[in-house]
Write a protein that binds this ligand. Structure first.
Ligand code: C2E
Ligand code: MG
Ligand code: MG
Length: 741
């Protein structure tokens, strides 16, 4: 297959299959990747929201927890006693300062009396000298003031007194912190204080790295820390902390929890590998598909080629020729050039096939195809219709060009063919039809070319005949000829018999006549026996026709004793077992002498093994009837057959006679035939003598009798009777009287 085609095929394949598959793969990959990204981003976002909620809750809980821690020392009789009733530094330092610092990690603790005077102050584990003016830092003081402003719950003796408490976020000494304050109350209700006079305790817990580490540990905020500036690291989450008054205190930031990203990191490579595997698989499948579809395509092409071509010659076959013809005819009106159809039949192909074998026949057909191609060139469509029939479609400038081309083809095919082991001589008959106005239907053109071919064959083969309308009529007639002939046999106004004189070569006197059937059809005029005799033979009408002719011949023969009256006999008649008795009946009915009757048979009867033909022939010969072998030279021309069925005369066919000229090879052949015939004691008649030259040569060769238009064609009975009666009637070579048949 040419590489151009396969490139085109590959392109087609890429466009039709590869591109959509790659596109689909790409779109699927993009959609999957996009979806995974979208859903992991969603997961991450939800995780962030969850953590932000959690830190919010945690920061709120931190305030409650600090109040709760303060509660563990503030709601206690001992605290009230050691601060309000009698200030005990050591006790306060141990229980309200050191212990919460150690146990809860409070960074500052301050104890104030009912009038908000500082009683005790501890910072980072060290008690400060309140006497020297150390007091709570501003934000703590503010919280204390807010606490003092809260409405009091009236104290009830004997019950525990509910403390007041507040917590908030604030920046204490420049450090973001959680602060809380709580009034000191009795846990037993033993000490009753009037509302607003309770001492109180406040605590500060720095939001420092230690607090952040604790948060991180407890609530899994990875790398959590407090800072004053917002980080721009996208992997870190940030939660801003505000005081209850809405003042910014600090940011809490931590490494974002990203389960989506983690999922993506874990599943991504697997997904990608799966996708690559799928892509490779699809690619392999596609490759296989491409190979198998290429194989299928090649098979389809091969099948298409075989369906459109003749396998023996490689030429297009009938189907593709029909299509080509239809196309050319459809295009024709747009083109200036005309179209012609040439139908060719190889003459004598059957003989080559029968004698040299089918292989030689095949070789011959191939060679004929090549020879036609070499003559017509590459532009002409040639097809083999089957058997030995070819057809050509010619684009012609004028009719003359096509006729000349046909002659060249005939000449080329007339040259000997060198087959593998043999040499074959064949010829070609060609029927031509020109497409034109009213002649542009494909089937009709083929039929007409066929008719013209039939005419070419009927006209003697090895020739080209251009279709004419009357040929069609004749062919039509062929179909109806049987019915017409049957009718003609019933009537007496259409069929007749003419007599063609037989002339003695030496004396040129009429020594007899050959009876020839004639049919004058009221519509088609004269119809040649060459047309209706085969039909009569095939349909059995030959019996009636033969009897008609024989009766006329015998009627004449009875009037001219001593003259030979020749009658043509068909093989079908001769095979009839009653034929001889029929002939004898007619002879006796008409009164003709058997010795004056000559029956003309053809060589095919000699090949006929049928016993009946032989019996009839022997019966005739023993009765004195003569037998002549007609058309000698056109069939097998085997003299050895003559021994089997002895005949009295041979009639050399007019195709030999017409070629007779000084120095021509047919002279030698005719000479040989005459010599052999004479050697076997057979008389020789030459038919179809048309010229003096032929008559002279035939005379020199020793031919006994001559017949032909040079002397006369077939004439009616009365005319031949006149010729017989005329004693001096002799055809002089100088003044031939030619009568048309
Ligand atoms: P055939 O028996 O060979 O008859 C001779 C044919 O050659 C006749 O054609 C005759 O008209 C023609 N002919 C005679 N002289 C010349 C000549 O100088 N030049 C040319 N070109 N032709 C000449 P026709 O009458 O057309 O008969 C054709 C064939 O039909 C006969 O060939 C014969 O085989 C057959 N035929 C004719 N009549 C009968 C018949 O009654 N019965 C049978 N079975 N066959 C017949
Ligand atoms: Mg004859
Ligand atoms: Mg003949």
């Amino acid at each position: 297959m040419p590489s151009e085609t396969s490139t085109l095929e590959r392109w087609h394949f890429s466009a039709a299959i590869l591109l959509p598959v790659v596109l689909a793969l790409g779109v699927t990959a993009a959609a999957t990747f996009g979806f995974v990204l979208w859903s992991t981003a969603g997961i991450d976002q939800r995780a962030l929201e969850r953590q932000a909620n959690m830190i919010h809750e945690v920061m709120d809980a931190r305030q409650d927890q600090l109040i709760h821690e303060l509660g563990s020392v503030a709601i206690w009789d001992d605290s009230v006693i050691n601060t309000r009733l009698m200030f005990n530094f050591n006790w306060v330092n141990t229980n309200l300062g050191a212990w919460p610092q150690e146990f809860f990690g409070h960074d500052q603790t301050v104890v104030l009396d009912g009038t908000n005077l500082p009683l005790y102050l501890m910072r980072d584990g060290i008690s400060q000298d309140v006497e020297a003016g150390a007091g709570p830092s501003g934000p703590v003081q503010l919280l204390v003031d807010r606490l003092r402003a809260l409405p009091h719950t009236p104290a009830t003796p004997g019950t525990s007194h509910k403390p007041l408490a507040l917590a908030d976020y604030a920046v204490v000494d420049g450090i973001p912190s959680l602060i809380a304050a709580m009034t000191l109350v009795s846990d037993t209700g033993a000490i009753v204080q009037s509302p607003g006079t309770e001492p109180l305790i406040a605590a500060v817990q720095y939001l420092d790295d230690a607090a952040a580490a604790e948060l991180a540990r407890e609530y899994l905020f990875e790398q959590g820390r407090f800072s004053l500036s917002r980080t721009d690291d996208p992997d870190r989450a940030v939660y801003p902390i505000f005081s209850s008054a809405g003042r910014f205190i600090a940011f809490f930031e931590w490494n974002r929890d990203r389960p989506g990203l983690m999922l993506l990191r874990q599943t991504g490579p697997v997904l990608a590998a799966a996708f690559i595997m799928a892509a490779v698989l699809v690619f392999l499948l596609l490759r296989k598909l491409r190979h198998s579809s290429a194989a299928l395509e090649a098979e389809r092409r091969e099948a298409e080629y075989q369906a459109a071509h003749d396998l023996l010659t490689g030429l297009p076959n009938r189907t593709s020729f029909d299509a080509e013809l239809a196309r050319a005819l459809a295009d024709q009106p747009r083109k200036a050039a005309g179209l012609a159809l040439l139908m060719l039949d190889v003459d004598r192909f059957k003989q080559v096939n029968d004698t040299l074998g089918h292989q030689a026949g095949d070789e011959l057909i191939r060679a004929v195809g090549q020879r036609i191609r070499s003559i017509v060139g590459p532009g002409v469509t040639i097809a083999r219709l089957g058997g030995d029939e070819f057809v050509m479609l010619i684009v012609e400038r004028d009719h003359g060009m096509t006729t000349a081309l046909a002659s060249r083809i005939i000449e080329a095919i007339g040259q000997p063919f060198d087959l593998n082991r043999f040499k074959a001589h064949v010829g070609a008959s060609i029927g031509i039809v020109h497409a034109g106005a009213g002649n542009a239907e494909a089937q009709e053109l083929m039929r007409k070319a066929d008719i013209a071919l039939y005419e070419a064959k009927a006209g003697g083969r090895n020739r080209a005949v251009v279709y004419e309308e009357h040929m069609n009529e004749l062919l039509q007639l062929q179909h109806t000829i049987e019915a017409e002939l049957r009718e003609a046999l019933q009537r007496d106004d259409q069929l007749s018999v003419v007599f063609q004189p037989l002339v003695d070569q030496q004396t040129r006197k009429v020594i007899g006549a050959e009876c020839l059937a004639r049919w004058h059809h009221p519509k088609y005029g004269q119809i040649s026996p060459a047309r209706f005799i085969p039909v009569a033979e095939n349909t059995g009408l030959i019996e009636a026709l033969g009897e008609f002719v024989l009766r006329r011949a015998c009627e004449l023969g009875a009037t001219a004793p001593g003259r030979t009256i020749a009658v043509n006999i068909s093989p079908t008649q001769l095979r009839n077992p009653r034929f001889s008795s029929q002939v004898f009946d007619i002879l006796s009915q008409t009164g003709m002498r058997p010795v004056d009757l000559e029956l003309e048979i053809t060589e095919s009867i000699l090949l006929d093994n049928e016993h009946l033909s032989g019996q009839n022939l022997r019966a005739f010969r023993s009765a004195g009837i003569h037998i002549a072998l007609d058309d000698f030279g056109t069939g097998y021309s085997s003299l050895s057959y003559l021994k089997l069925y002895p005949v009295d005369r041979i009639k050399i066919d007019r195709s030999f006679v017409s070629q007779l000229a000084d120095g021509h090879v047919s002279v030698a052949i005719t000479q040989a035939i005459v010599s052999l015939a004479h050697a076997m004691d057979l008389a020789v008649t030459a038919e179809g003598v048309e010229t003096d030259g032929q008559a002279t040569i035939l005379g020199q060769l020793g031919c006994n009798t001559l017949q032909g238009f040079l002397f006369s064609g077939g004439v009616p009975a009365d005319q031949i009777t006149t010729m017989f009666a005329d004693k001096a009637n002799a055809f002089e070579p100088e003044s031939p009287e030619v009568v048309s048949a």
